[in-house]
Design a protein around this ligand. Structure first.
Ligand code: M6R
Length: 612
């Protein structure tokens, strides 16, 4: 969380920094700030809220500085106030710092600098760094950072500048927060993620963990803090597309990304079938090793976990391996027992989620094999695993995950099939048949998106229930994780409390919540549990609550159990999750819009969660 950008080159950089921040805003939008550095002095602007407010605040700065840096904040230490907004500047106005991450020993650091007479102007962990720098500086900024670095505990990527050295930015990384360098002609960028500078250059180098980077317009040095040795990093070409960072005519990124799902699913499948046979390049384990696996653990957070929960059913079904799925932040503190026959699947679209990364590291230390499932090439989870499988959803900007979820479910489906095929628990002909049906999914999702009567019906439902105080989601089997995902979508963008429950569990507690003003959303697609969920819906209706059901087209009995039925196309039950979630995404979207909320930037959230 938090986005950082720095520029050093020949061009006046205020606009480059602001536009870079706009591309990083998905990482946090509590407040934003920038500094522009000139020989002997610097300009700073800070503002609460999105980057457009910073743009206004910086309008009066007419500096032609060619070195600058900016920050967009997701608050951790210190409230959402301007005084807690990065960058922080030393009392003498010579040093500025900004950071993505956390100094875990900040209490000690703040007390230490305060004791030596520094006046702390914020409640943040980061501010201590600027005072430490100002104290320790002896004419070489990089060397000063090298000497301070061992004092800093936690996980971070930070940038610092000094008006005495207006030709350079010094950055440092510890643990997982990313830092990428963009190399242009006579100019250099530093950022949390490439889209911050993609319009200017695609040539990138990654700063490694435990390194300090010294960036000038024409040169970049990477040094390992431990021994100050120079490190070589190849210049690579960024593969993200800049187009995705624009709304392309849609009123929000979320809506655009919902509509990109057919392509995301198609691209995720396409490269993996060769002549009807499934091939998962990058999986990192040999077929022999996959055959020896006797247990699978899926870890992830939020939406990523929900896709893992779908995968759990499919792996058990097709590969017949005992599979569990758990929240990464909980699992990492369990005393999990592993051996090399345990396979851990770590799912993270951003590839940066702190808890998922920690869970992976623990699993590997205890001997398990780990495969990462991520949307970002070369991300931290991909680097920390034995193998990496990529969803091909393209960059997702909306904080509420949509296309990455359906791409993850698609990839988990492919992986479950692959495990089954390799282990001989599913016949090759059946794999080919399922493959044929999988390839129809993009078209079927498109059909849902093009269905004007479904859209009109969702409008009616949104109008009717947008002001209700609570939604209950009920599902069974593969419908349950889809309910969990639907409930998460609705709560995170509309702020309406929701709960998702196994329909069979309803009578053990949540039924007490039902009344004549309760909308109940059910995933009741055709499957071996359809009759069971139909009975549960009768129990709901008997309490006067209103049932909205997602059902398979052609189902003629569902109207007896629901007031509103959202029909989706038929496919085999194992593939229904990819289709069933789409109306729930659209419903959440329509309700949030009716409530006048910013669907792309829900309050308090950030797209990447790099803190525990
Ligand atoms: O990047 P990740 O997939 O690891 O993110 C995990 C969650 O933070 C994420 O899925 C979150 O729940 C979604 N933004 C919800 O829409």
């Amino acid at each position: 969380m938090c986005g950082i950008i720095g520029y050093v080159g020949a061009r006046p950089c205020k606009e480059l920094v602001l536009s870079g921040l706009e591309h990083l805003e998905y990482r946090g939008y509590d407040s934003a700030g920038l500094v522009l550095v000139e020989p002997g002095h610097l300009h700073r602007a800070r503002a609460l809220g999105p980057v457009k407010h910073l743009r206004e605040a910086a309008a009066g700065i007419s500096s032609t500085a060619t070195l600058g840096m900016g920050h967009t904040r997701w608050a951790t230490h210190g409230g959402v106030e301007e005084r807690n907004t990065h960058p922080f500047v030393s009392a003498d106005g010579r040093f500025a710092v900004l950071m993505n991450g956390i100094f875990e020993n900040y209490v000690e650091l703040r007390a230490e600098v305060a004791e030596r007479g520094h006046v702390l102007t914020s409640d943040t962990d980061t501010e201590a760094l600027v005072h430490l720098l100002a104290e320790a500086y002896e004419g070489d900024l990089a060397d000063t950072v090298r000497r301070i670095y061992p004092r800093l505990e936690g996980h971070f990527a930070f940038l610092v500048v000094c008006t005495d050295e207006p030709d350079r930015i010094v950055g440092a990384r510890l643990a997982w927060p990313p830092l990428v360098v963009g190399r242009g002609a006579g100019e250099t960028f530093l950022a949390s993620f490439t889209p911050a500078f993609l319009s200017e250059t695609r040539a990138i180098q990654l700063v490694a963990e435990g390194e300090i980077v010294i960036a000038t317009a024409d040169d970049v040095e990477f040094r390992r803090v431990a021994d100050w040795s120079l490190q070589e990093h190849p210049i690579e070409q960024a593969d993200e597309s800049l187009e995705v960072a624009a709304k392309g005519g849609y009123e929000s990124f979320m809506l655009k990304e919902i509509h990109e799902q057919p392509t995301a699913i198609d691209d995720t499948i396409a490269e993996r079938f060769h002549n009807g046979r499934l091939q998962l390049d990058g999986i990192g384990l040999t077929d022999e090793e996959l055959r020896s696996i006797n247990r699978v653990l899926v870890v992830g957070c939020g939406t990523a976990l929900h896709s893992g929960l779908v995968g759990r059913y499919l792996i058990e079904e097709w590969a017949q391996i005992a599979t569990e799925a758990d929240v990464a932040s909980e699992w990492r503190y369990r005393n999990g027992v592993f051996d090399p026959k345990t396979l851990v699947l770590a799912i993270s679209q951003s590839g940066e989620t702190a808890d998922t990364l920690a869970a992976m590291q623990i699993a590997r230390q205890r001997g398990a094999r780990v495969i990462a499932i991520t949307n970002i090439m070369g991300s931290a989870v991909a680097r920390a695993a034995d193998g990496a499988l990529y969803t091909r959803a393209g960059l997702e900007i909306g904080v509420a995950a949509t296309k990455t979820f359906t791409a993850q479910v698609t990839l988990m489906t492919l992986l479950a099939l692959h495990l089954g095929a390799v282990r001989g628990t599913i016949a090759p002909a059946e794999v080919a048949r399922i493959g044929d049906e999988l390839r129809l999914l993009p078209g079927l999702v498109q059909q849902i998106l093009d269905d004007t009567s479904l859209d009109a019906q969702l409008d009616v439902i949104a109008d009717r229930f947008a002001h209700d105080r609570f939604f209950l989601f009920l599902g069974r089997h593969l419908g349950l994780p889809i309910c969990q995902e639907g409930a998460l979508k609705l709560k995170e963008i509309s702020y309406i409390p929701t709960d998702a429950y196994a329909a069979g569990e309803m009578k053990h507690g949540p039924i007490a919540l039902l009344g004549e003003d309760t909308p109940v959303v059910a995933v009741a697609t055709d499957s071996h549990v359809f009759e069971k969920i139909a009975s549960n819906l009768e129990e709901v209706r008997a309490r006067g609550a209103h049932v909205i059901a997602v059902a398979t087209e052609g189902n003629t009995v569902i109207h007896h159990h629901a007031e509103h039925v959202l029909f989706i196309p038929r496919t085999r039950p194992e593939l229904q999750p990819v289709l069933a979630v789409v109306p729930l995404q659209i419903l959440a979207y329509k309700i949030a819009v009716r409530l006048g909320l910013d669907v792309d930037r829900p309050r308090n959230l950030a797209k990447t969660v790099t803190v525990e």
